[in-house]
Design a binder for this molecule. Structure first.
Ligand code: GDP
Ligand code: CA
Length: 325
């Protein structure tokens, strides 16, 4: 069975670990968000691709959810001793090894998708990890800032998220470079050839949003013969981890399981979803989602361990069979 997943960072990585536990024999393609990518000290960093790679490769820091296990921070301390900025992004010594290889290969002219294949070879990943695009796309947010000349300021999403903990009021979110981006080699094929398409519980705005924004990707999902099933990242009216509740209102989406389903839309009516899973605590939202034309089920959606994530993967694949046309 060919399964294609559109993936952000932590939410996607944990879900994928469950999917692999439930369906180890499946042929899984993961289309990764690169809107979070940034350059720090000359190093090209791909936070979401690395979270998926480290998690599925068994090299992740389980407690933090991002970065490498057994990390040390000597290089960052040296950089800070030079009063270099930015000081707010956690670059561990082991992690820097990944970024050095990525940056070196890119500067030799290799594409990000080629570089990602080279990096994932080390980890013997049990999935095909493909960046959404080889072109540079960076998510920027415009925030209110009374000290800025026009009362607002534009900054990289990572600076807003990591440095400012999403505490600045967001006026606008833009995916810089997306109009000129093309799907990376393999992306459209992975969507067209899939038997099932899954939207894991990733951030709908800054993880799934950029992937769908790459010209041709949304159209490919809409045209795919496979059923499309998503899992809500919002449980009980709040994100399980992170600060997605700061971003959903900025694009006019209600912070609820049904609100996110409405945002993606029903395939029946030109949207993306055939099926949507909400957490048991949001069972009351099931009729609202079905009213939109999306098949919905309420199941436990907390990825407390791999077994719990595997049960979510099973529920998603079961729902895909129910809605398969
Ligand atoms: P990021 O790029 O590292 O922020 O990761 P993603 O975009 O893939 O996932 C972030 C989203 O995952 C957040 O909006 C969380 O609400 C969601 N999330 C994290 N853990 C869980 C969980 O156990 N269950 C569910 N349903 N969502 C989760
Ligand atoms: Ca991310």
């Amino acid at each position: 069975m060919r399964i294609t997943v559109l993936a952000g960072g932590i939410g996607a990585a944990r879900f994928l670990r469950g999917l692999l536990a439930y369906r180890p024999e499946a042929d899984i393609s993961v289309i990764g968000n690169t809107g979070d990518d940034l350059t720090l000290y000359g190093l090209r960093v791909s936070p979401d691709l690395d979270t998926v790679m480290y998690t599925l490769g068994g090299g992740n820091d389980e407690a933090k959810g991002w970065g490498r296990a057994d990390e040390t921070w000597n290089a960052l301390a040296e950089l800070q001793a030079y009063a270099s900025t930015p000081w707010w992004f956690g670059l561990g010594d082991r992690d820097i090894g990944t970024h050095l290889v990525r940056t070196a290969l890119l500067s030799e002219g290799r594409s990000l998708s080629e570089v990602t294949t080279a990096l994932t070879a080390r980890w013997q990943l049990p999935v095909h990890l493909i960046p959404m695009t080889d072109q540079r796309v960076e998510t920027h947010v415009t925030v209110e800032d009374p000290d800025a000349p026009e009362g607002r300021r534009r900054l990289h999403f990572q600076e807003y998220w990591v440095r400012h903990h999403a505490e600045l009021p967001v006026v606008d979110i833009e995916f810089d470079g997306i109009d000129r981006a093309a799907p990376a080699p393999g992306v459209l094929d992975a969507i067209a050839a899939a038997d099932v398409l899954l939207l894991p519980p990733s951030n709908p705005v800054v993880s799934i949003g950029p992937i769908l924004g790459v010209p041709g990707v949304r159209e490919a999902v809409l045209a795919a013969s496979a059923p499309v099933v998503g899992l809500s990242p919002i449980v009980g009216g709040a994100p399980v981890r992170g600060m997605a509740d700061k971003l959903l209102p900025a694009i006019g989406v209600d912070t609820s399981a049904a609100g996110v389903a409405r945002h993606f839309g029903a395939r029946l009516h030109g949207g993306l979803l055939d099926g949507w899973l909400v957490d048991e605590q949001d069972a009351a939202a099931v009729p609202d989602v079905e009213e939109l034309g999306i098949a919905a089920r309420a199941v436990p959606l907390l990825m407390s361990d791999v077994d719990a994530a595997a049960a979510m993967a099973r529920a998603a694949l079961d729902l895909a069979e129910v809605v398969r046309r």
